[in-house]
Design a protein around this ligand. Structure first.
Ligand code: SF4
Length: 281
């Protein structure tokens, strides 16, 4: 090195040449591919453009629905109802208890009550007030208690203690609406009479544009049209699992979702595809 010539050093103030250049670099638009993420680093989602679906876009086109079902099968093979039960009656009671309550909580309560009252006839002999303290932790315990005792009496008086296996008969039982009836028919009797529409199915069907309705009965009708009947039972179980694992109500985990490239939900947290304003829960 020539004496007296000192190589340029970055100024301590940070106002050196390189820094200026770096500041004036043009912005790079994020690539629309899943980024490499360092373990533990927070993923930053690109801001998806929102808009109307392109002309001719059909969210319930058979090939799109088939692909959704295929990916659900791949991610959630063999999933079933998370409510612990040993009979149609136990499943009926558990489903009534699961309204506005987690399955885990219901599964903590039911072993105790089924040990104390093993059959529908045992429940039928109770006054609703007697059951209330035992199911209190599941919430709405007064209504649920009335429904369970009323259901038990109907099952004993009209069906000889056996839960009936048709939608019409189930809907006649106090506390049983279509959702509960579909759970019992699909999970216990393996009868695909309808599609279970709970809070997860409602939210995700709307995000996936399988329905535009927000009334559960209309959503069920839309799903029954869009999804082949042989997949009705499995679809509900898979979507319920998906709603718990990834497609949660707030901040869904879209970057990890197997349906990401097929989903145009307006409230996605990560998107590699155009989002649609109307596709929201
Ligand atoms: S991409 Fe996001 S919003 Fe769409 S289904 Fe998956 S988790 Fe839900």
């Amino acid at each position: 090195m020539v004496r007296g010539v000192i190589p340029r050093q970055p100024a301590k103030t940070g106002r050196h040449e390189g820094a200026r250049k770096a500041l004036s670099r043009p912005k790079i638009t994020p690539a629309k591919t899943k980024p490499e993420v360092r373990p533990g680093a927070k993923r930053k989602a690109p801001k998806p453009a929102s808009g109307k679906p392109p002309a001719g876009y059909n969210p319930v086109a058979p090939e799109r629905v088939r692909e959704i079902l295929r990916r659900l099968d791949e991610r959630y093979p063999g999933v079933t109802c998370a409510l612990t039960h040993r009979s149609a009656w136990e499943l009926l009671v558990s489903t009534i208890l699961s309204a506005q309550c987690t399955d885990a909580r219901v599964n903590m309560v039911t072993p105790v009550i089924f040990a104390r009252y093993p059959t529908a006839a045992d429940f039928a002999r109770l006054k609703p007030e007697q059951l209330e303290p035992e199911i209190r932790s599941t919430g709405f315990f007064r209504n649920k208690s009335r429904s369970i005792v009323g259901a038990a009496r109907a099952v004993v008086e009209r069906h000889g203690g056996q839960v009936p296996a048709t939608m019409e008969e189930l809907l006649e039982i106090p506390g049983v609406a279509r959702k509960t009836a579909n759970v019992v028919l699909g999970t216990w009797f393996r009868k695909a009479v309808g599609v279970v529409v709970d809070t997860h199915v409602l939210r995700i069907s709307r995000r996936l544009e399988l329905t535009r309705n927000d009334d559960p009965q209309k959503i069920e009708q839309d799903l029954m049209k869009a999804i082949p009947q042989e997949k009705w039972i499995e679809f509900s179980h898979q979507i319920i699992h998906h709603g718990r694992a990834l497609c949660v109500a707030r901040t869904p985990k879209c970057a990890d979702c197997p349906l990401e490239t097929l989903c145009h939900a307006a409230d996605k947290t990560w998107s590699t595809v155009e989002v649609h304003k109307a596709a929201r829960p």
